[in-house]
Design a protein around this ligand. Structure first.
Ligand code: URA
Length: 404
């Protein structure tokens, strides 16, 4: 096979075979296919698209470019979740301990933030000492021992995606349905889950800004998962305004702890109960947690009895983090300057633009422009209002947490 023939076939709108896709991906991961040919391939896919079958084959080829985790010695059935990324999205920090507290082992690999979208690993590093880089053995040991582990993605997981994603970033080929779907799903499949809940964000603070695109992305990812033998559920959730109130690493951690204590903003709590409920439903495989109301009651009981918080604390401690910060979130990294922002006039909130709020938090120092940049854990914003709220002149709209 020759890379140039595969590129030409896609350029002319042809359908690539499983062998052609696997050959190209393998060759690129190994370094046999150079960046300039991979860039041309990506642009051909971007322009011509891919069929469902081609997208599945691309996903499987990327998933098989490195290790594929086998979690069967940890759980008879492994569940995972994935969020397509948003502003103030601290769902994983709440949902994982909640599900684990219901007796379902969870071993999750998460990512760092990029641009104005936050990342779970950065948030977790708000706990002094928290180790996100675990060896495979350590990852497995903690999952077996505590029923919960939350760490960074191993380098050997879908390495072809790592290379292709970096190339997409600089060749204007990121916003392509088959490329986004195969990128996300290759990592999920390689991470060993049997059942996956996808939380696809839609709105101005998300990758997909309208419902049709978000539904199409969710559908193609569900199709890929099903064709690869996984059980799939997709949730479409609003990202026109931030989830919860807090935006920024340590601020979000503190809000997640509030939610694990049974409090926190109502939208965050509802969303976490929904995502966790779907994870339990997948794990139950028609034998347990089939009734949404009973599942919710189980989850709420875990919150109220403090079991979800205890799981979270256990996880932080086991990964070397300062668990005292879970008991006393005031000890989390704190900004030196805290500025209130008051409503200049009375009225109703028409928008709490997630993209602009995300960019503001990024500008304050909470986000990174490129891989490896440091982030300021303490800075960010708290938005005290939701769309539709009535506010009076002078009432607090937001609080801004600044470096100095
Ligand atoms: N997240 C990913 O992992 N890949 C994409 O292409 C987009 C979002």
């Amino acid at each position: 096979m020759r890379a140039v023939d595969i590129i030409a076939k896609k350029r002319d709108g042809g359908a690539l075979s499983a062998d052609e896709i696997a050959w190209f991906v393998r060759g690129y991961a190994r370094g046999d296919v150079p960046d300039y040919q991979a860039a041309a391939f990506l642009m051909a896919v971007f322009i011509q698209g891919m069929s469902r079958e081609e997208t599945v084959n691309l996903t499987l080829a990327m998933a098989r470019s490195g290790d594929v985790l086998d979690l069967s010695d940890i759980a008879d059935y492994a569940v995972d979740k994935h969020s397509s990324g948003g502003v103030g999205d601290k769902t994983t920090l709440v949902v994982l301990p909640l599900v684990a507290a219901c007796g379902v082992p969870v071993a999750k690999m998460s990512g760092r933030g990029l641009g104005f979208s936050g990342g779970t690993l950065d948030k977790l590093e708000s706990f002094a000492g928290y180790n996100v880089q675990l060896s495979n053995e350590e990852f497995r040991r903690l999952a077996r021992q505590n029923g919960i582990v939350l760490a960074g993605q191993s380098h050997d997981l879908a390495p072809a995606d790592g290379k292709l994603y970096a190339l997409r970033d600089v060749t204007a080929t990121v916003p392509s349905l088959p490329l986004i779907a195969s990128s996300i799903m290759s990592k999920k499949i390689a991470a060993g889950a049997n059942g996956i809940v996808l939380d696809v964000k839609v709105g101005r603070g998300a990758f997909m800004t309208n419902l049709d695109d978000a539904r199409a992305l969710a559908q193609i990812m569900v199709d890929i998962g099903v064709d690869a033998g996984r059980d799939m559920i997709a949730v479409l959730s609003d990202m026109n305004q931030p989830l919860g109130c807090a935006v920024g690493n340590a601020l979000e951690v503190a809000e997640a702890i509030e939610a694990l204590n049974g409090g926190g903003p109502a939208d965050l709590r509802e969303h976490c109960l929904e995502v966790a409920g779907y994870m339990l439903r997948l794990y139950g495989r028609g034998r347990r947690w089939t009734d949404a109301a009973e599942t919710r009651a189980d989850l709420e009981a875990c919150l109220h009895r403090g079991e979800a918080l205890a799981k979270f604390r256990r996880m932080v401690e086991a990964q070397g983090g300062d668990a005292g910060m879970v008991d006393d979130p005031a000890r989390l990294p704190a900004a030196r300057l805290v500025e209130p922002f008051a409503a200049p006039q009375s009225g109703f909130i028409a928008q709490a633009a997630a993209d602009k709020i995300g960019i503001a938090s990024f500008e304050l120092g909470a986000g990174r422009e490129k891989k490896g940049d440091p982030v300021d854990l303490a800075v960010g914003l708290k938005i005290h209002v939701k769309v539709g709220d009535r506010v009076e002149r002078g009432a607090p709209l937001a609080t801004i947490y600044l470096r100095q």
